[in-house]
Design a protein around this ligand. Sequence first.
Ligand SMILES: C[S@@+](CC[C@H](N)C(=O)[O-])C[C@H]1O[C@@H](n2cnc3c(N)ncnc32)[C@H](O)[C@@H]1O
Length: 302
Amino acid sequence: MVNEPWNLYWHGDNLASCIARQFAGSERAIAGLWQSLAAQLNESARVLDLACGNGAVPLSLLQANAGLDICGVDQADIDPLRFLSGQQALASVRFMPGIDICELPFADGSFDAVTSQFGLEYAPLQTAIESAARVLVRGGKLQLLMHHGNSDISRSSAARRGEIDRLLEEDGLVCSTETYVAGRLSLAALESRGEAFLQDTRDKTRDLSGQIMTGIDMIVTEMKTQPAVARERLVNMKRRLEAEGQRLRQLSDAALDEGRAAQAQTWMEQAGLRIDLFQAFTIADAEAEEVLIGWQVSGERS
Ligand SMILES: C[S@@+](CC[C@H](N)C(=O)[O-])C[C@H]1O[C@@H](n2cnc3c(N)ncnc32)[C@H](O)[C@@H]1O
């Protein structure tokens, strides 16, 4: 299945995927980028959001300009109106799953604006840029927020990947539970591996290690009375964890360091885009520390 990790993610009722450290200003500041673009566009302007996921960008755009005619495409099996709760505001958006940015099914010059939030760079970048430029009308606007190799998002996802790798390693908690379920490891041995994992001083989070440990407790209990249910829980748990690891790996592969950002800007200009802004986008957290979110790019089809 195309991009299984993202299918699982979007089916899981998540509005956005890559929001930096959770503090009040971060989502608001990112939404503000899209709202100020929307405010510059005519009512009923045609907007294409590339790699739209569950529609975070369309939602922000519509908050500032409810008349926009927005289409969102993504390679994953997206359907926000089905998988996302409470987002009727997205009812006017045409979402198209299974669409590769590099093979957009639109005629040249079909859109007045093209947007992408942590999306374009997941596709082969030069082709994706050419594709985005092709579907823009002359004078049409391009606005992107792209992953930065040193961003808060990139750094926290690397830490999260490390935690997933530890959970999935041989003799780690998940494999040990598989061995226990197969009857080749005693409960006492599984428990002592659990203890060792807890005593390991490397970072553990409640929503990853915490959830896995809770899941393992349930599996151990279910093994006594409903072993088939326990086995199914374990298979699902491992599948989700592996998918999350793959999703985070894609994120780090997509992120642009300074050199790749410069290369991207050259490709944009070669594709007929006039780039007005290509810079690091930062916001201040509650302690007034600068937090790097990504690359902010805006320009126009010449
Ligand atoms: C980090 S998510 C961003 C989603 C959304 N823009 C957001 O900010 O919440 C990256 C998305 O890129 C999509 N994607 C990856 N490669 C793609 C491609 N070649 N064509 C279209 N979408 C792609 C994935 O399916 C995923 O939904």
